[in-house]
Design a protein around this ligand. Structure first.
Ligand code: HEC
Length: 158
């Protein structure tokens, strides 16, 4: 009798240990970036988009717009609601940045620097309107005036 209890304890101990090992990767897979983290990425894309457009590297500009759209999509899906804010995050995105992003896409397609510049300004305004609407108005975005990404060449590749 005594040995079977010991065996049972051993089996239980092993299964606890095993489940701890097995559950670890699952927990890691559940990692969800916070809205602030996603916004940090969005801010990086916003900067790179400016320098891509200014260098008329339209391929890079197109890529950064796509990445921005993906970032906003992830943010809306992962964090659809904010505390004390009536409008949902996806609705706020549609209202504030969808149009300038679409217009930027068009400007890039037409290789139109003037359109690009104008809509970049509207995009930046959209960031700030949403920051005000979500009680983050102290987080003010502007057109970057220097390029912090010195390890990347923004000139178009031919
Ligand atoms: C839903 C409307 C909304 C839009 C549109 C939006 N933001 Fe945000 N942003 C937020 C909210 C809410 C936070 C605070 C998130 C948090 O920390 O939980 C935030 C935070 C940030 C931060 C702070 C992140 C940090 O850790 O320093 C930056 C930078 C930022 N946004 C950049 C941008 C840029 C650039 C754009 C436009 C291209 C933009 N945001 C558009 C809602 C928005």
């Amino acid at each position: 009798m005594k040995t079977s209890y010991t065996k049972m304890r051993l089996v239980i101990a092993c299964s606890i240990l095993l489940s701890a090992c097995v559950s670890r990767p699952t927990d890691l897979n559940k990692y969800v970036p916070g809205l602030g983290e996603i916004m940090g990425q969005i801010a990086m894309r916003h900067t790179k988009l400016w320098f891509a457009g200014a260098a008329q590297n339209w391929e890079l500009a197109e890529y950064e717009i796509k990445e921005l759209e993906e970032g906003f999509k992830d943010a809306g899906e992962l964090h659809p609601k904010l505390e004390n804010i009536t409008e949902s995050v996806p609705v706020l995105f549609v209202g504030n940045i969808q149009r300038p992003l679409k217009n930027l896409e068009q400007a890039v397609k037409e290789r139109n620097l003037a359109q690009f510049t104008q809509n970049y300004e509207l995009l930046t305004k959209g960031c700030n309107t949403c920051h005000r609407a979500t009680e983050f108005k102290f987080n003010k975005i502007k057109q970057p005036d220097f390029n912090p990404y010195s390890n990347q060449d923004f000139e178009a590749v031919d």
